[in-house]
Design a protein around this ligand. Structure first.
Ligand code: PXG
Length: 462
């Protein structure tokens, strides 16, 4: 049959979008009135919209397109696998070759305690698996009352019932009666907001001590696990003090509490290491991953299961009544294999560690002098710029001024995708970005900060 592509104007696409498509984390009515930006194609670190505008994607899609757009090796892997075996499940004593090979390769690139993996379709599902698995672990060990999972305010662990419950986003908890029982939140290690007046290192120890205080209050015999992102991503690229994670590790060891690293954003090179836990020097029992495992070309997530847990579940566990239709999806696994091999072949992790990460840190340090900037932070290829009303006193803008959104608007209009989390502007560009492209991105960031400052001055806010 002769198929003609539908040719529509941007307005027609927007009308069809508004008529039928409910977007994630979106005020449906306001978007329908405004109209979506229709993204049409992408290459390397750039996107093009339906009006032909070229945009530098400093967010790697949604923290995931680590190898950049248009990588033929990933496209070929998907095509070949779709032709050979587009789907088969791993439930009833069957397996497929790409899933087995990927499990092997993940064990190779992960810290040594990880030899097994449980696959899911996304990061949220991965964290649902974490909740099921840590409770199952303690149950098998004869401690079924050990169910509480401690997480942090302003964490993001996904949008399913368990993912949103583990997360510490108040707006999400307010919708749907969350968190589910047995999830407790402590305060985050956010020095700029909570630690001013103490050194970063002292604050790191203090922030970790909130975990210990909660374990003691709840009773160690009831606490199953602690979960955290090495660097909080969606919360605003909050890089913890260097003292924080080693102290968290000490506390988990002392009380026998399982340690879970949510590596959905930090995994696969983002921090200049394969996994964020390696950057911060801790040794988790479980690692959730998604996003960068396929560079977002196809959905895939999962949980790396450390030997402490794997040995109990394998040797004593019996059946684990949990799994997803798409656990070990052959096409997703084939794309992940091609993606990880590309990261290895191109030495992208080392490139972030040795060259691009330090270069980005230097460029961001130069932003610190800007009148609107209260703090800059980077970790590998993640960066944050905290906008403030008054630089000397680090006074924040009133939230209802939405200065971050104003800045994001300038970025959008000037061909740069940069996210705003409140008044914290964040980036996480693809790991294939070059120094020249970092310069191009920084020039756009300077322009957008200047435009935001001019707006703030015009409104009399500064
Ligand atoms: N854990 C972490 C640390 C994440 O960042 C998830 C779990 C959930 O993954 P899935 O694949 O189920 O979305 C994430 C997702 C943002 C933003 O605004 C961040 C995410 C998702 C959507 C928006 O920065 N991260």
């Amino acid at each position: 049959m002769n198929q003609h592509p539908i040719v529509r104007t941007t307005q027609q696409w927007q009308a069809a979008d508004a008529a039928h498509y409910l977007h994630p984390f979106t005020d449906f009515k306001s978007l329908a009135n405004k109209g979506s930006r229709i993204i049409e194609r992408a290459d390397n670190i750039y996107l093009w919209d339906s009006e032909g505008h070229k945009i530098l994607d400093a967010m790697s899609g949604l923290w995931c397109v680590n190898v950049g757009y248009g990588q033929q090796a990933l496209i070929d892997a998907a095509t070949k696998q779709m032709t050979e075996l587009p789907f088969y499940n791993s439930f009833f004593q069957t397996a497929n070759k790409p899933a087995i090979e990927l499990a092997e390769l993940l064990a190779e690139v992960s810290p040594t305690q990880f030899k097994h993996v449980f696959f899911s379709g996304s990061g949220s599902e991965g964290n649902d698996t974490v909740v099921r698995m840590v409770r199952r672990y303690w149950d098998v060990l004869g401690q079924p009352e050990r169910t509480v999972i401690i997480s942090r305010n302003n964490a993001y662990h996904g949008s399913t019932m368990a993912g949103a419950s583990l997360g510490g986003m108040r707006g999400m908890h307010a919708q749907g009666g969350l968190p589910i029982p047995g999830i407790v939140h402590i305060e985050q290690p956010f020095w700029f907001e909570l630690g001013q007046g103490t050194s970063r290192d002292d604050f790191g120890i203090k922030a970790a001590s909130w975990l210990e205080a909660n374990i003691i209050e709840i009773g160690a015999d009831k606490v199953a696990a602690f979960i955290g992102e090495p660097v909080q991503g969606a919360g605003g690229v909050i890089v913890p003090p260097e003292t924080y994670w080693p102290e968290i590790q000490r506390i988990c060891d002392q009380y026998g509490v399982l340690l879970v690293s949510d590596e959905v954003i930090c995994g696969f090179g983002r921090t200049g290491h394969w996994f964020g836990c390696e950057r911060f020097g801790f040794r988790p029992d479980l690692m959730t991953f998604a996003k960068g495992v396929t560079s977002g070309y196809i959905p895939l997530g999962g949980v790396m299961v450390g030997e402490r847990i794997a040995r109990v579940l394998i040797d004593q566990g019996g059946e684990f009544n949990h799994g997803y239709t798409y656990s070990g999806h052959p096409v997703a696994c084939a794309v992940a294999l091609a993606n990880i091999r590309l990261i290895q072949r191109e030495g992208l992790v080392e490139r972030v560690h040795d060259d691009l990460g330090p270069y980005l840190a230097e460029q961001f340090a130069a932003l610190a002098g800007h009148a609107l900037v209260g703090e800059v932070q980077t970790c590998g290829l993640m960066g944050a710029v905290q906008l403030v009303q008054d630089k000397p006193s680090a006074k924040a803008f009133a939230a209802d001024l939405e200065v971050g959104m104003l800045c994001r608007g300038h970025c959008f209009a000037n061909g740069l995708i940069m996210r705003a989390v409140g008044d914290r502007m964040i980036i996480a560009p693809p790991l294939v970005i070059t120094r020249a492209q970092i310069d191009e991105m920084m020039a756009l960031i300077h322009t957008c900060l200047d435009l935001t400052l001019a707006d703030a001055a015009r409104h009399g806010w500064v």
